[in-house]
Design a binder for this molecule. Structure first.
Ligand code: NAD
Length: 503
């Protein structure tokens, strides 16, 4: 991997300036496919850095929100043009830093561009509503006011698109922001800061603070002048963010978290669609998507044929350097992530799984300096007490669970604390409707994988997976306050509900 051999020296981006951490400490970003390759060094920020960034955002807020919504939107057009001019180079950096296949690195960048284009386009669309009053002379509006300062704290697996889901709608609506990228993908966080700078966003409107969760993320979330914390990541950290926010009267937590997603393969399923959907759902990004499926809930009549064809396709998956076009699965993000997957694999065996593919760590040649692991596939009856059938592994770890009916499939699907994404494979529209109405999820698909979001749709889950305020296009409801504004065009006061004005 000769390209990008010189590590970049990243800085925090505060009030339009590139600055070091107050501690002068740094941390490295390494390629998870080849840990000898250092991609960059970044400031290990502290509470003081988070404070400085929030102060910059507070200072910039008044002028930013006074700017026309359309002018704010136009800066996103500049942003999109800049990214497009270096799209392939950026996609390769995404792949080198987070280890997903190059076609996924490209897709992450395309999704980010789509978000920015959506934000730019919607800046000229109507915002708010004109609402009728029972008094003819009165005119009422629902208008949206920005909340103030938002903190965006993001995960590593979509280092380009997810920050833009969070920052795009927030900035368009007149909020200012402090963004803390994942410590696993600071290089892409740094690129985002660079693009905001080059696109002409005024100083302080977007600030970027690098560093670790407890050291930089937690004090950022807890800063009294942060009004909304936009968090995407694990349930454990999201719960901590919710606790922090509950200590402040003004602070709202918008958390998108993990999933224990599933494919429901019914007795009339088209087998080719089922098998292709299953491989994409379980193994894209090496199973490290919040929407990756860790469970295939399969009608017992289909189970044998499905298992055979699924294993045959899975055995053809190429694992290796994700920059290679033929590679389907790259590495796990880091040693800790790999250990977590291995733990889930061991637990499945302890819980009585019938192991079909062993899921072993790969070594030798190109694997030695990365975190590579084979898919782990097992068959197991559903069991409410099981750890592995109910908790997120975040890796290539998938269970085949036989069931006897669509009703049982729904029951098994819902028997986890998560509710993010699901897909049903069926030719029977009545059964698809039953699934649509009775499963608990935020993203549902028919005859498709459980992955494949688009930015103009809501993205968010229920139960442990989310706080009910989906990201991407629909984030507007979380980052604006809806106010009612009523004007009397008459020459006397007339009240609603027959309220008299005589004294
Ligand atoms: P993570 O929760 O470990 O980290 C996410 C972010 O939170 C990072 O920037 C991290 O530095 C920060 N953080 C950690 N501790 C913190 C603290 N105490 N206070 C404030 N910030 C803190 O998640 P990850 O490993 O980067 O990503 C994987 C997880 O994210 C999986 O569970 C996955 O399902 C989930 N995810 C969810 C979605 C979604 O939209 N629902 C999307 C992508 C990933």
């Amino acid at each position: 991997m000769a390209e990008h051999s010189k590590p970049i020296e990243g800085k925090n981006y505060i009030e339009g300036e590139w600055v070091s951490s107050s501690s002068d400490d740094i941390f490295e970003s390494r390629n998870p496919a080849d840990t000898d390759q250092v991609l960059g060094v970044f400031p290990r920020s502290t509470e003081q850095d988070a404070k400085r960034a929030v102060e910059a955002a507070v200072k910039a807020f008044k002028n930013w929100k006074s700017l026309s919504r359309i002018k704010r939107g136009e800066l996103f057009d500049n942003f999109a043009q800049i990214v497009k001019s270096e799209q392939e180079e950026l996609s390769r950096l995404v792949t080198m830093e987070c280890g997903k296949g190059i076609n996924e690195g490209r897709a992450d960048v395309v999704e980010g561009i789509h978000m920015v284009q959506y934000v730019f386009g919607s800046s000229r669309m109507p915002s708010g509503q004109v609402v009728a009053s029972e008094i003819a002379e009165k005119e009422s509006y629902m208008k949206r006011h920005p909340k103030g300062q938002v903190a965006a704290i993001s995960p590593w697996n979509f280092p380009f698109a997810i920050p833009l889901w969070l920052l795009g709608p927030s900035l368009l609506e007149g909020n200012t922001a402090v963004f803390k990228p994942s410590e696993d993908t600071p290089l892409i966080g740094h690129k985002l800061a660079e693009y905001f700078h080059r696109a002409g966003f005024p100083p302080g409107v977007v600030n970027v603070v690098h560093g670790y969760g407890e050291e930089a993320g937690a004090p950022l979330a807890a800063h009294p002048e942060i009004d909304v914390v936009l968090f995407t990541g694990s349930y454990e950290v999201g719960s901590r963010i919710k606790q922090i926010c509950s200590n402040y009267y003004n602070k709202m937590a918008v958390c998108e978290m993990g999933g224990k997603n599933a494919l429901l393969i019914l007795e009339d399923a088209d087998m080719d669609i089922a098998v292709s959907s299953a491989v994409l759902s379980a193994f894209k990004t090496s199973g490290q998507r919040c929407v990756s499926a860790g469970r295939f809930i399969v009608h017992e009549k289909m189970a044998d044929e499905f298992t055979e064809k699924f294993l045959e396709m899975t055995n053809r998956i190429v694992i290796g350097n994700p920059l290679r076009e033929d590679v389907f699965m790259g590495p796990i993000i880091n040693e800790q992530g790999l250990k977590k997957v291995e733990y889930h694999n061991e637990m499945a065996v302890k819980e009585g799984a019938e192991v079909l593919l062993k899921g072993e760590r790969l070594g030798g040649k190109e694997y030695d300096r990365g975190f590579f692991i084979n898919p782990f596939v097992y068959k197991m009856k559903h069991n409410h007490e099981s750890f592995v059938l109910r908790e997120e592994a975040f890796g290539p770890h998938v269970a085949i669970i036989p069931v006897g009916s669509v009703e049982e499939a729904i029951e098994v699907y819902n028997d986890t604390e998560y509710g993010l994404s699901m897909a049903v494979i069926t030719e029977d529209y009545r059964k698809a409707r039953l699934v649509e109405e009775n499963c608990e999820y935020g993203l549902g698909y028919v005859n498709l994988p459980s992955i494949g979001a688009e930015v103009h749709l809501p993205f968010g889950g229920v139960k442990r997976s989310g706080t009910g305020m989906p990201s991407a296009a629909t984030l507007i409801d979380a980052v604006t306050h809806r106010v009612a504004w009523t004007i009397n065009h008459g020459t006397e006061i007339k009240m609603a509900q027959g309220l008299g004005v005589e004294i």
